[in-house]
Design a protein around this ligand. Structure first.
Ligand code: NAP
Length: 337
């Protein structure tokens, strides 16, 4: 009986299967393991705690830096003695953020008012404003998401174009604008902020997720092109972070174990810079990425679609309840998918 089950190919096939499974598990766990390594290594190998200031230089430029992850990232770099160029649309918010950072961390700041939905014009403006200041760390953080999960034809055309200009255009052209100077200096870091939505197609956030998949591919190839010139090109793919980008659902505007606030997130994410090329940037996000990558892409897409449908419901409930002064009345205008 045993001989029928255990044929001559059983052992080699089982070995191949085991190795494939092991590689799959390692690949899935990579981001999580790398984040753990980045955070634990300095405790055990003191030499690894090379300061970002020494490694890359004194100036960082962060796009979308008056709120959310971008502002928190700027604060974390300033804590390490790095001067910051802040870039966003609103001058007053830029001034306030600059004042806050300068008075608390005694670094220099420069502000640039630019709207990346305007495409290359905004990048030219930033480049001109920066002038001869050497940008040693470039954080392409600015990103645009739908107001709430929507079907493609519901998203205003202008909003779709803005998403493409900001999430794809700005990241690409900002890298193009600053990478040659970094290469000439033989050091520098680029951090491109993507999103966990890059892991599979994501209905109801279709264009947003597709732009983030672009960032993943773009960043990996860019690292290959410039890694040997001494540049760090890091890809950060956070899961949900409690910021105003997720205003469509109150569930995402409460900080939890899996949904950190921007400061908690950035404290971990900055600790991975220079140590990890690809990361979710936060330890509980590493766990989520690990489990997300287990099922095949079509199952993930199905789960993502239903999650987005529930966020869409949250959005309409919030909207109706505001309209009806706190009581949830009115029709829930949700289409089913
Ligand atoms: N929050 C999440 O759950 C999450 C998850 C995964 C990935 N991400 C990614 O993380 C990045 C940051 O997201 P966030 O949640 O921190 O965003 P956020 O809280 O909404 O902050 C966005 C920042 O960008 C600025 N900004 C917005 N539109 C701009 C434009 N057209 N030109 C220039 N600046 C602009 C805003 O300032 P002004 O309004 O003053 O211009 C603000 O400083 C994005 O790339 C996002 O896709 C976020």
């Amino acid at each position: 009986m045993m001989e029928e089950v255990w044929g001559p190919y059983t052992f080699p096939l089982a070995t191949v299967g085991f190795v494939v499974l092991l590689l799959f598990l390692l690949d899935s766990m990579w981001s999580f393991l790398q984040t753990c390594r980045a955070l634990l290594a300095p405790l055990f190998i003191p030499n690894e705690q090379t300061s970002l200031l020494k490694k890359y230089g004194p100036w960082a430029l962060i796009t979308g830096s008056t709120d959310g992850i971008g502002k928190a990232y700027a604060v974390e770099l300033a804590k390490r003695g790095i001067n910051i160029v802040l870039v966003s649309r609103n001058e007053e918010r830029l001034r306030n953020t600059a004042k806050e950072i300068e008075s608390e961390y005694f670094v220099k700041t420069k502000i640039v008012v630019a709207d990346f939905s305007q495409g290359f014009k905004a990048v030219e403006l930033v480049k001109k404003a920066v002038g001869l200041l050497p940008i040693n760390i470039l954080v392409n953080n600015v990103g645009k998401q739908y107001e709430y999960p929507m079907y493609l034809s519901e998203v205003p055309e202008k909003e779709l174009l803005d998403i493409i200009n900001i999430n794809v255009g700005a990241v690409t052209m900002m890298c193009r604008a600053f990478i040659d100077d970094m290469k000439k200096r033989g050091r520098g870091a680029i951090v491109n902020v993507s999103s966990g939505s890059e892991l599979q197609p994501l209905p109801l956030m279709t264009v947003y997720a597709a732009t983030k998949a672009y960032i993943k591919s773009f960043t990996a190839a860019l690292r290959y092109e410039y890694g040997s010139s001494g540049l760090t090109v890091q890809h950060l793919a956070p899961m949900f972070v409690n910021t105003k980008m997720n205003a469509f659902s109150a569930r995402l505007r409460t900080s939890t174990f899996f949904v950190p606030d921007a400061r908690e997130y950035a404290a971990y994410a900055v600790a991975t810079l220079g140590k990890v090329d690809e990361s979710s940037g936060y330890w509980t996000h590493g766990i989520q990425t690990f489990f997300t990558k287990f099922p095949p892409s079509w199952i993930r897409m199905y789960i993502g679609a239903h999650l987005n449908l529930s966020f869409r419901r949250d959005y309409f409930k919030q909207k109706n309840s505001t309209k009806n002064n706190g009581t949830i009345k009115g029709e829930d205008r949700i289409k089913s998918i």
